[in-house]
Design a protein around this ligand. Structure first.
Ligand SMILES: Cc1ncc(COP(=O)(O)O)c(C=O)c1O
Length: 478
């Protein structure tokens, strides 16, 4: 349908969109273990919907004409800063998500270095391989070079010595995760902070996924290593409210220990014919919906409510980790410190990609993580408050799925993709490779992904990136 209709009735519009939505993964119900954060609190969801809608048409482009947004943002930043060890000089910005918060923190570090170290012409960011991909995206957008360093293969944490060895005179930022997405472990932030102070380099803590939840885990008696702005040497920190604060999507915060650093995040342009544009973040016009809904959810859930949601989440993680011990084919990678668990094969005949497919056939969404630089492939589970009551059934199905053999992948094809040089292949040839890899251009993903994942894993990351860009381009066609 390309031509705009003459106007559908409200009922027709809603019915058609409900039909579209029926193909989506369920965002509620506790069976989707990535992408969505379900508090199992319909009252909170209802409030978020209502408030989001009521601020939908308010524009965050100019907080002087919509002062409600200024007020709500200052209140939200104050609450988040207090939660995460902020001091009197701590400031921040409400952003659309973790990626925007990270892009802004990287921009601030780059522009601060332009002033303090004008001799640095090719700025670098030292990144553990477990740091979220959005740092590499930020480097790509902003013209910095990511310097990737390996993590310990048993704890999945970066060692400060390895970071130190990767620092050069061009380094403008160090990064640690609290915790990392893939394995759910916290990097040694205190030691990284010491290193940052010694080298006079800023340190960003990516607490996008963990920043809101970890302090509640500490209150519940978990041994969470220090990771927030109170750690000496930490200069900025990102925390997503649309994750474990259960706010509506489009809600994250980037905090700076010192206001001076945030100045480098801002952008102003007076050099044109229209209004002087002053933007705190990447977006210019933006709906007030996400901020207002976040304000509402934070205040409605409150300390006690978040404490209870955290307790449910912690019980879910403990039950899952304990239960995996009884499944001979699977093992937990590292020691998950929060609510993200990665399961690897514990026997040669177990294929984690096949486990993901089999789980999907049973109505669970668990996420395949490809092996990378010697770290094993795994099944990722993001647990939330709604996971707790699902754990017994989840474990029973995981145990069954771990025994299902994977369909064999053509060894010649596997060998062939390993030898392809991504930079030597023109775009159209890559497009032609898509069906070979099982990815039909324009079609959805097949039900069984194990073979595709095996091929994707065998390729170089660069080839994978190029191939998936072709896939995306083919999918997004009107
Ligand atoms: C540790 C970490 N950092 C950053 C991000 C990026 O957040 P977003 O998807 O909101 O851009 C994520 C997302 O899962 C994450 O887990």
């Amino acid at each position: 349908m390309r031509k705009l209709s003459t106007g559908l009735s409200r009922d027709e519009v809603l019915a058609r969109l409900a039909g579209y939505r029926s193909e989506d993964l369920p965002a509620r119900g506790g069976r989707t273990f990535a992408y969505v954060y379900d508090p199992a609190r319909p009252d909170i969801d209802e409030l978020a919907h209502e408030v989001y809608a009521s601020f939908l048409d308010v524009n965050g482009l100019d907080p002087t004409v919509f002062p409600s947004l200024l007020r709500m943002e200052n209140e939200v930043i104050g609450i988040v800063a207090d939660h995460l060890g902020g001091g009197p000089d701590t400031v921040g910005t409400f952003t659309s998500g973790g990626t925007e918060s990270i892009i802004l923190a990287v921009k601030a570090a780059r522009d601060a270095a332009r002033v303090s170290h004008p001799e640095v012409l090719a700025p670098e960011v030292v990144l553990p391989v477990t740091a979220h991909a959005s740092f590499q995206k930020a480097c790509h957008y902003l013209g910095l070079t990511p310097v990737l360093v390996d993590v310990d293969p048993s704890t999945f944490r970066v060692s400060p010595g390895v970071v130190r060895a990767a620092v050069s005179e061009n380094t403008v930022l160090l990064v640690g995760s609290a915790p990392s997405y893939a394995h759910g472990v916290v990097d040694p932030i205190s030691e990284l902070g010491q290193l940052a102070l010694e080298l006079s380099v800023p340190l960003h803590v990516d607490a996008c996924i963990g920043g809101w939840l970890l302090p509640y885990f500490t209150q519940l008696g978990e041994q969470v290593p220090p990771f927030d702005l109170s750690v000496p040497g930490v200069t900025s920190l990102s925390v997503d409210l649309h994750k474990y604060a259960y706010c509506a999507k489009g809600a994250s915060v980037v905090l700076y220990a010192e206001a001076g650093m945030r100045r480098h995040q801002y952008y102003a342009c007076a050099d044109w014919t229209g209004y002087t544009m002053i933007n705190a973040g990447v977006q210019s016009s933006k709906s007030g919906g996400p901020l207002a809904a976040a304000w509402a959810v934070l205040h409605a859930v409150g300390q006690d409510g978040y404490g209870e949601l955290a307790a449910q989440t912690l019980r879910a993680r403990r039950a899952l980790v304990a239960g995996i011990d009884d499944i001979p084919g699977l093992r937990v990678l590292g020691r998950p410190e929060m609510a993200l668990v990665a399961l690897a094969a514990a026997a040669p005949d177990v294929n984690v990609f096949a486990v993901c497919d089999e789980m999907a056939a049973r109505g669970w969404y668990v996420q395949a993580q490809l092996g990378y630089r010697g770290l094993p492939a795994s099944v990722h589970l993001t647990l939330t408050a709604s996971s707790e009551e699902q754990i017994p059934a989840l474990l029973a199905d995981l145990a069954e799925c771990a025994t299902v053999p994977a369909a064999p992948v053509d060894p010649e094809l596997l060998a062939a993709v390993q030898t392809l040089d991504p930079d030597a292949l023109p775009d159209d040839v890559l497009g032609a490779l898509l069906p070979m890899a099982g990815l039909e251009p324009g079609g959805g993903l097949p039900e069984k992904m194990a073979g595709i994942n095996a091929l994707l894993e065998a390729m170089s990351p660069r080839l994978r990136e190029r191939l998936l860009i072709e896939f995306l381009g083919a999918a997004f066609r009107p």
